[in-house]
Design a protein around this ligand. Sequence first.
Ligand code: HEC
Ligand code: HEC
Length: 202
Amino acid sequence: MIEIYEPVVHAIDKQPAVAKIRRKKCSYMKGCTVPKKFAVIGLLALTYWICPASAQQVDPHTLYEQNCAGCHTLHAGEFVYENLDLIDNTLVGKKTGRPVSAFLETGHGGLSPDEIKIMMDHLSSIRQSGRLFHEKCRICHVNAKELARLNLIIRDGILLGRYTGKDIAQFLLNHGRLDTKEAARMVDVLKRQLMTTPTTQN
Ligand code: HEC
Ligand code: HEC
């Protein structure tokens, strides 16, 4: 039992080492990434905790980090800017010119159909944020995910500084050299970081 139990503990700790064993998907739970045998031995409560109940609760950053970062750049943001192009509204690999979705559907990266959808939404949304964060914020902030998850909070649908209580939509009009339209777009980008955090439900 020991060797069966160990990876489960790792999965909870979100150790990178777990990436490999998480490849096999539970067949009966969508968005789940725990090897079958764990489910079979009846750790249902535990697997349920690890396996998000719905695909939306999968953290797309984690999905990238666990399934792609081993071979590609560390963060999805860099991957999009360095390796992908948007051609005719389709994300394609720069080298191959092949649609990313086609890549993933052949099993590249080992994602389930649900996870492919999450990954494609994630990569597209990064692309659509128009390099904005990359160009205007990265000199001072590591990345949008860290910035949002460490410093921001959504209350009644409004993005606020977690510690300052500032209305970020207002704040960004005079911070980071954004025009009004860009500021609004940035609010969406930052909100999305929070809305896709698995532990920030309700
Ligand atoms: C085991 C290593 C490995 C993993 C894991 C992996 N890839 Fe790849 N991927 C490669 C290699 C090797 C290439 C081809 C060489 C290159 O383009 O640098 C490639 C190419 C690609 C390309 C085409 C790039 C281009 O310029 O045309 C895309 C898109 C891609 N991978 C996406 C992903 C995504 C998304 C994931 C995670 C779900 C992933 N890969 C996981 C190794 C991997
Ligand atoms: C020149 C450095 C610099 C740049 C560029 C910059 N920031 Fe900041 N940012 C800071 C500093 C320093 C703070 C903390 C002090 C403060 O609140 O002004 C901060 C704070 C923030 C906060 C937290 C506000 C709060 O109330 O907690 C947000 C959100 C933010 N920045 C977003 C952005 C975005 C988005 C961009 C890009 C458009 C950006 N920043 C560009 C330096 C920068």
